[in-house]
Design a protein around this ligand. Structure first.
Ligand code: GRG
Length: 331
């Protein structure tokens, strides 16, 4: 196992943390995260898939029974084709993507959603596009954000919609994303909004999945992205802000899609991520000595996977899912 100084990735501890989070349904963290439950399931289960095997060669993903995971996901399905964050919650594009991601990773999409149901889910997603400017809303209440352009492109391709033009206006979707580009070549949430690394991931991901990444000046954008590395080795989301483990994902996956992952200092970044681990109880936090959570645990592990940390499953930068799954799907 690769060590940086005396630091190594505590795979066993992190797997225990994820399983505990998922199983302790009366626990504070679980109860307090109801509003994003489905994304929590996606972060936790995908973390287990990426952690690969324990010291005895057993797959970490086996520690959460597939049947239970799929049941928890399907409990959030609504008749309108979308998924809510938790049972009884309104459908939202974010949670619909998380649900589809988990079902695809577990090879349960076709088992759980009939052809007609998958059509309904695709129609739910496509129905959130604005005919006027090509943007996507998150739900019926109408918030517009480039996060949702990404979610739509990812969700529809995972559902097997081909060609995308059969469901959405692809040229308009691309133009909306490009309308959110700024002078620094980065992207914001809406036209005129400040560039932020999280939105850069969404826009680079959307343009990649919509087949329009050639519309970006890759060198200029990758330069802005690699400037996110701080003296401490971590990455921030915009100039003058603190580094945070989750930007390991938003920045690195964008660099990977742009073919410039090697523009960051790999060993300093690995050292930063490993120093955010809770070595006793498992889990990864945003910065050293902060409280761990399931979000940063997933993005820390996924970032290490992108950096080629040994013993981890490769992750797909476009989908934030196991690369093997995407290969099997032919995506
Ligand atoms: C499938 C991986 C995946 C994603 C789905 C929801 C989504 C699409 C992407 C979210 C992208 C995003 C906006 C990430 C940023 C999250 C974050 C840490 C925001 C914090 O923003 P500030 O302003 O933080 O509080 P800074 O670091 O700028 O101070």
């Amino acid at each position: 196992m690769e060590s940086v100084g005396s630091l190594v990735l505590r795979k066993e501890k992190h797997a225990e943390y994820v399983v505990e989070f998922q199983k302790d349904k009366a626990g504070y963290e679980y109860v307090a995260s109801e509003y994003l439950r489905l994304s929590g399931i996606y972060w936790g289960t995908t973390a287990l898939w990426l952690l690969a095997e324990d010291e005895e060669g057993k797959e970490f993903k086996e520690r959460l029974p597939r049947e239970e995971v799929v049941k928890d996901v399907m409990a959030c399905w609504n008749g309108d084709g979308g998924f809510g964050s938790a049972p009884g919650h309104d459908s939202h594009l974010l949670y619909t993507l998380s649900a589809v991601q988990v079902l695809v990773t577990y090879g349960a999409l076709e088992e759980e959603l009939s052809g007609e149901d998958r059509e309904r889910t695709a129609a739910f997603v496509a129905g959130l596009q604005s005919a006027e400017d090509g943007s996507f809303r998150g739900d019926k209440w109408g918030e517009v954000d480039t996060r949702f352009s990404y979610c739509a492109a990812s969700c529809l391709t995972l559902l097997g919609v081909k060609p995308l033009e059969s469901k959405i206006d692809v040229p308009k979707a691309v133009e909306f994303v490009l309308a959110c580009r700024n002078f620094d070549e980065g992207f914001g949430a809406r036209p005129g909004d400040e560039t932020h690394a999280g939105q850069v991931f969404c826009c680079v991901g959307a343009l990649t999945l919509l087949g329009a990444l050639d519309r970006v000046d890759k060198d200029r954008l990758a330069w802005w992205l690699c400037e996110r590395q701080t003296k401490g080795g971590g990455l921030n989301g915009r100039p003058q802000k603190l580094h945070d483990v989750c930007y390991t994902w938003w920045v690195l996956s964008s660099l990977q899609m742009l073919g410039r992952l090697h523009w960051v200092d790999r060993s300093k970044l690995i050292h930063f991520i490993l120093s955010c681990q809770d070595e006793i109880d498992g889990g990864i936090s945003d910065r050293p000595d902060d409280e761990v959570d399931i979000f940063h645990t997933f993005f820390g592990i996924a970032g290490l996977s992108l950096l080629g940390y040994p013993g981890l499953e490769p992750v797909d930068a476009r989908y934030a899912m196991p690369a093997r799954t995407m290969k099997e799907l032919g995506l």
